[in-house]
Ligand binder design. Structure first.
Ligand SMILES: C[S@@+](CC[C@H](N)C(=O)[O-])C[C@H]1O[C@@H](n2cnc3c(N)ncnc32)[C@H](O)[C@@H]1O
Length: 476
C-alpha cells in the first residue's frame, strides 16, 4: 500500500485530502540520509559565527529544494543563526526567520545581507590600525572608557570573564566599530567582534566552553610561547591542569583573522534572490496570517534548558550595549526554560502526559519543567499549523533529553502533540550527530556506551503534514 493510502486509513482522513506526490516525497526525504557527515557546511556565510545546536545547512536545503519552488515562503520560527533563512535566500525562496534572541536575529540578518567587499576591507583596515594605535599609545584612555562603559553588575561580569589586556583590546576594537555610520556595516563588524568571543572554547574570554549550561572559567593562562601569564597558584596542586588551562589570544589578532576567513564566504548579488524577513517574534504567537507559508524547517531548543543560549550569548552582548541583568531577565522567555511558577500549562496528550508523570514521580519540579516545555511546544506547533498552507509540511528537528534518568523521548511526544493538533506525521527521520562539528549540550560528550547516551547522539527529524482540511482529530 502507498504512503497516502496507509496514512488515510491511519488518520481516518479522506484520501482526497492528501496530496500523493507531496506526501511520497516528504516520506522519502525523511527516510533518506540526513547525517550529512563529511559534507562541507562552511560555504556561503554559514560559518560567520558559531551557534549552539546549529543544524547543517544541507538539512534545510534538502527540504527546501524538494518541497518548494522559487518564490515560495519558507519559515523558521526559531531561526537561531539563520541557517534555514540563508538556504531559502540562496534558493530564491522568501525566507522568514523569527527568534527572541538578540544575537540570533543580528546574525541571521547579517548572514543574508549583500555587502560591498571592497568597502568592508577598507573599514576593517581602519578599525584594525586605529585600534592598534590606541592599544599601543592610549592604554590609560582605554581603561577610562572601560570604566564608564558598563554598569557595575556588567563590569563585574566582564572582570570575571575577561583578562584586563583582553578587555583593553576589545574596547579598542569597539571604539572604532561604534563610529561606523552605516548600520549594516556596523552590524557586520559587531558580528565579527562577537564571533571571536563566542566559540565552542570560549574564544578570547576566560570561559573554557560556552556550549555547556554553566561555562567554566580557566584558572591557568599561558601565552602563545607557553609563558605563564596567570594562575601560578593552580599549577602544582591541580591534577586536572589540562582542563582548566587556556592559551591567551589577542582579540586584535583574532578579529583580523576572523575578518579574512569570513569575507570570502559573503554573498554575491543575484537579482533572482528575495530579501528575507528576519525579526523578533515569539514562535508561540507568530505574526503571520493563516495559511500563508509553504514550508517550515526549524529546530527548537532542547527540553530543560540543555543549551542555555543567553548564558553563552551574553558574553558578547554585554560588549554590544546590553546590561547583564536585563539579559538574565530575557532568558525566562526562551522555550525550554526552567521557571514554572505562574506558567500557563497546556493539556497534554497521553504519551507526553505519562512522560511528565514519570519525571514528576522522581522530582516534581523537573516534571513541571518538562510540562512547561511540552506546553510551549504545543503552542508553537499550533501556530505552525495555523500559518502553513494546506497540503504543506513543517520539518522539526529535535533531540531528546535525560531528566532524572528518564529519556524524555521528545520526538515521540512532539509527534503526538502535533497529531493531536491535526497534523499527520508520515515518518520521523533519524540523524546521527557529528560531535566534531556541533556545539552540544552538557553531558553529551561523555560515556558513549550507555543506550541513553547513544540516543543523545541522535537527532530526530519529524515531518508534520497539514492535510487539505484538518483531520478528524484536529482541534483547530
Ligand atoms: C536550536 S536553536 C536554532 C538553531 C538554528 N536551527 C540554526 O541552525 O542556527 C533554537 C532557537 O530557538 C530560539 N527560541 C527559544 N525560545 C523561542 C521563542 N519563544 N520564540 C522564538 N525563538 C525561540 C532560541 O533563541 C534559539 O535561537
Amino acid at each position: 500500500m502507498k504512503v497516502k493510502e496507509q496514512l488515510a486509513i491511519q488518520y481516518g482522513v479522506d484520501s482526497i485530502l492528501l496530496k500523493k506526490s507531496y506526501l511520497d516525497k516528504l516520506t522519502e526525504l525523511l527516510q533518506s540520509d540526513l547525517d550529512f557527515h563529511n559534507q562541507r557546511s562552511n560555504y556561503s556565510s554559514h560559518n560567520l559565527h558559531s551557534f549552539p545546536a546549529k543544524f547543517p545547512p544541507q538539512l534545510p536545503k534538502k527540504f527546501i529544494l524538494e518541497l518548494t519552488t522559487p518564490q515560495d515562503i519558507v519559515l523558521d520560527p526559531m531561526a537561531g543563526s539563520g541557517t534555514t533563512v540563508l538556504e531559502a535566500f540562496l534558493a530564491n525562496r522568501k525566507g522568514i526567520g523569527f527568534d527572541i534572541d538578540p544575537l540570533a536575529i543580528k546574525l541571521a540578518i547579517i548572514k543574508t545581507t549583500i555587502f560591498n567587499r571592497k568597502k568592508l576591507v577598507e573599514y576593517a583596515r581602519l578599525i584594525y590600525s586605529k585600534a592598534q594605535n590606541e592599544i599601543e599609545y592610549k592604554s590609560e584612555y582605554l581603561d577610562k572608557v572601560l570604566k564608564s562603559h558598563f554598569d557595575s553588575r556588567t563590569a563585574q561580569f566582564i572582570d570575571y570573564w575577561f583578562l584586563p589586556e583582553v578587555q583593553r583590546e576589545l574596547i579598542a576594537l569597539l571604539n572604532q566599530i561604534v563610529k561606523i555610520k552605516d548600520e549594516k556595516i556596523r552590524s557586520f563588524f559587531e558580528v565579527i567582534f562577537s564571533s571571536i568571543i563566542i566559540t565552542k572554547t570560549g574564544g578570547v574570554s576566560l570561559a573554557l566552553d560556552l556550549a555547556h549550561t554553566r561555562p567554566h572559567r580557566a584558572k591557568i593562562i599561558f601565552d602563545k610561547k607557553h609563558k605563564l601569564l596567570f594562575g601560578e597558584e593552580y599549577l602544582d596542586q591541580n591534577k586536572r591542569r589540562d582542563y582548566v588551562t587556556k592559551t591567551f589570544r589577542s582579540p586584535l589578532e583574532e578579529f583580523e583573522k576572523k575578518f579574512h576567513t569570513s569575507i570570502n564566504g559573503l554573498l554575491e548579488y543575484d537579482p533572482a534572490r528575495i530579501d528575507p524577513e528576519i525579526r523578533f517574534c515569539d514562535s508561540q504567537q507568530l505574526q503571520l496570517p493563516d495559511c500563508s507559508v509553504d514550508l517550515i524547517v526549524t529546530s527548537p531548543p532542547y527540553a530543560s534548558n540543555a543549551i542555555d543560549y543567553m548564558r553563552a550569548h551574553k558574553f558578547s552582548l554585554v560588549w554590544l550595549g546590553y546590561q547583564v541583568d536585563n539579559l538574565t531577565l530575557k532568558r525566562k522567555a526562551y522555550i525550554g526554560g526552567e521557571l514554572v511558577s505562574n506558567f500557563l500549562f497546556e493539556e497534554l496528550p497521553d504519551f507526553s502526559k505519562e512522560k511528565v508523570r514519570l519525571v514528576s514521580g522522581i522530582d516534581r519540579k523537573r516534571g513541571n519543567v518538562l510540562k512547561r516545555y511540552y506546553s510551549e511546544m504545543t503552542r508553537a506547533l499550533k501556530e505552525m499549523y495555523r500559518v502553513l498552507r494546506p497540503g504543506k509540511a513543517a520539518i522539526v528537528v529535535v533531540g531528546s533529553s535525560i531528566m532524572r534518568g528518564i529519556d524524555t523521548e521528545t520526538h515521540k511526544c512532539l509527534a503526538e502533540i502535533g497529531e493531536n493538533l491535526g497534523f499527520i506525521v508520515p515518518r520521523i527521520g533519524v540523524r546521527k550527530l557529528d560531535r566534531n562539528k556541533r556545539m552540544l549540550p552538557a553531558g553529551m560528550t561523555t560515556d558513549l556506551n550507555s543506550q541513553i547516551q547513544q540516543r543523545m547522539h541522535e537527532e530526530y527529524v519529524i515531518g508534520f503534514y497539514k492535510a487539505s482540511e484538518p483531520g478528524p482529530r484536529g482541534i483547530l
